[in-house]
Design a binder for this molecule. Sequence first.
Ligand code: BMA
Length: 310
Amino acid sequence: MRPRNGKGLDIISRWEGNPALTVEDVPFRANTVFNGSPIVTRDGVYILLRVEGQQGGSVFALARSKDGLRFKVDPEPVMLPARDGPFADMETKGIEDPRVTIIDGVTYVMYTVVSDAGYRIALARTNDHVNYERMGPVSEPGNKDGVLFPRRINGRYVRLDRPIGAGVGSIWVSYSPDLMNWGDAEVVIQPRRGYWDEFRIGASCPPIETSEGWLEIYHGVKKTSAGPIYRIGTVLLDLDDPAKVIKRSVAPVLSPRAEYERIGDVGNVVFACGAVVEENGDMKIYYGAADTSICVALTSLGELMSESFK
Ligand code: BMA
């Protein structure tokens, strides 16, 4: 099927220059680049990228752009798995899927650390996008897809995450006084039987504040006889109580259709880790395609809010 650019098939449109970044754009030896999170800076839009090395584990690299579309990757990775100190045992198999959130002017990265003992969520912060200070692990093993809300709610920091409980992957919310100790967890949404997100779901982008609620762009997985299909959907959460769901997209907003989403190390995957909303409401969603490249989807906040909840 010839992929069309948007309407009729998907709610959001693919940038015509996709894939925006492939391993050919990475100036050091690597296998793939995917699942990156954007950061709006004074100098343009950067993306903190997951780059998988040829040995199999992932590191983070920084790509910089003026326009949010055409990126140049820094010559060296900015964050490598810790090889000594307290974090080394947690990161033996790499660091994955960074999600960047700025809270009170501080840039935080929630990411997944992977070791033989399992995966868990960790937190780091940076002043310059190049040097990262590890703050610590912030979950038990068996939890990933941690995304921080960009402000406190009722005095507490808030995050969404995806603990695997009884084999079921649902999106949960939890709260913290200090970003390190988390509790009062509640389930927010669960996989829906018979839907595109029936097998497993997880938070994707850090929640976006709108006048109607927190817009969360999440991923949903359906198992098929040919393997899983990862798609992108939306859910709107109450501004004061994000465990309360206002609306959830019935259909996905983006499904793998383009060749670069269908074919790659893990085919049939679109996996967002962040989005940028510009002053005029235009929106760019950054997603990994087939665990092999970084792509951009274009929409506007108004379009996404009106189309995805129909
Ligand atoms: C998820 C995450 C992502 C990955 C996706 C598809 O579980 O690990 O990093 O893109 O699977 O392989």
